[in-house]
Design a binder for this molecule. Structure first.
Ligand code: NAI
Ligand code: MG
Length: 362
């Protein structure tokens, strides 16, 4: 059967980075990969075309695809459009309708970049960790969520952290399964010392481990201590599983271990389909639309290309192809090619297209 990809390039540097992935898809199709691609509009460009951040037709195509590749959305042009149709609403709608509850953020340090980091080389050289963040629950969504006027000149802002057993079970299941394909080690992070949801999180992860994944090494760490350990000695981790709020912060901390935003891929996965066993999935770079450099041909396409490598790995089980794409990225960096955001002395500065071409050639 064909492998159905739905491409939503979005705004700013989104289409520039996606163009490099399209070249790779076309090359793979020449050797029989059988990708069928369709393209849609999301974000500001979708708003310009039909007044919504994503159309219903494109939502249907996203739901029907095996995987969605997403570029980036937003930009100053749309800063004052109504809140419900702002560019980010397109991404939020996709996450919600595809029920993408697991956000995967790898932090990998490419050997060629270990020297140019501001961090000590021995701390990050060879770093390869994966943060699995719960994306659809927790304090960002729990009710009540409001600002109450207390009437005495005081107001009260309320957010509520809520997690149910099934949510913790399914996110920890993803983490354990991914760990089996890596170094077989999961560290779960919460704050059970001060939060009831943390107590439950710890309990459910422990039970899930015992019931189905006892072959995987499991550690528990308080999330604040985890943040400290991420900076102190990140190589102690393989897979980190944590909630929406802690995951938001810890994955940004981990991101900075490896350097530029232009290097960071991500994947968001949903539950397996009851019939086919296939998960809905969306792959996107961590960076935004970078309006400051859009249209100049200097954006780093590696985050987008590495997101496609995750797509090969997680949506299509094309592990060898994913490995070789990631190896090609590393090899091009070894050769000294750099886009401006990762440029350092003695290296060769190239634009978006040249970087994509070099990776494809490898
Ligand atoms: P940004 O990630 O777009 O840019 C931050 C800085 O990093 C900029 O200086 C940019 O030039 C640089 N940068 C980012 N990606 C790069 C790449 N691939 N190559 C070279 N340099 C790169 O974040 P910012 O500036 O806060 O937001 C810009 C717009 O993007 C806003 O409208 C924001 O709402 C939107 N945004 C969209 C996201 C998404 O689509 N998922 C995520 C984050 C922001
Ligand atoms: Mg964040």
């Amino acid at each position: 059967a064909a492998r159905k990809l739905f491409l939503l390039s979005g705004d700013g540097i989104g289409p520039e980075a996606m163009a490099e992935v399209k070249k790779i898809i076309a090359a793979m199709n020449k050797t029989g990969a059988g990708f069928e691609t369709e393209e849609g509009l999301v974000g500001g460009c979708a708003y310009d075309a039909h007044g919504k951040a994503i159309s219903e037709t494109d939502m249907e195509k996203a739901l029907a695809a095996d995987a969605v590749l997403f570029g980036a959305v937003g930009g100053p042009k749309w800063d004052s459009v109504p809140y419900e149709v702002r560019p980010e609403a397109g991404l939020l709608r996709l996450r919600k309708d595809l029920a993408l509850f697991a956000n995967l953020r790898p932090a990998i340090c490419y050997p060629a970049l270990a020297d140019s980091s501001s961090l000590k080389k021995d701390i990050i050289e060879g770093l390869d960790i994966l943060i699995v963040r719960e994306l659809t629950g927790g304090v960002y969504f729990g009710e009540p969520k409001e600002i109450i006027d207390l009437g005495n000149g005081q107001k009260r802002g309320i957010d509520t952290q809520v997690y149910d057993t099934f949510e913790i079970e399914r996110i920890s299941g993803v983490a354990f399964e991914l760990a089996r394909t890596r170094k077989n080690h999961v560290t779960s992070m919460e704050k059970r010392n001060v939060m009831k949801s943390g107590v439950l999180w710890n309990e459910v992860v422990t039970q899930t481990h015992k019931a189905k994944y006892s072959d995987v090494k499991l550690d528990h760490m308080l999330a604040d201590a985890g943040g400290m350990q991420l900076v102190r000695w990140p190589k102690q981790f393989d897979v980190i599983v944590t909630d929406n709020l802690f995951g938001d912060m810890l994955s940004d901390v981990a991101a900075m271990l490896t350097g530029s935003l232009g290097m960071l891929p991500s994947a968001s996965l949903g539950a397996p389909d009851a019939k086919t066993g296939k998960r809905k999935a969306l792959y996107e770079p961590v960076h935004g639309s970078a309006p400051d450099i859009a249209g100049q041909g200097i954006a780093n396409p590696i985050a987008m290309i590495a997101s496609f490598a995750m797509c090969l790995r997680y949506s299509f089980g094309m592990v060898a192809e994913a490995d070789s794409l990631e190896a090609a990225i590393a090899a091009v960096l070894d050769d000294g090619l750099r886009t401006r955001d990762i440029m350092s002395a003695g290296m060769q500065e190239v634009g978006t297209t040249a970087m994509g071409d070099a990776i494809l050639a490898k």
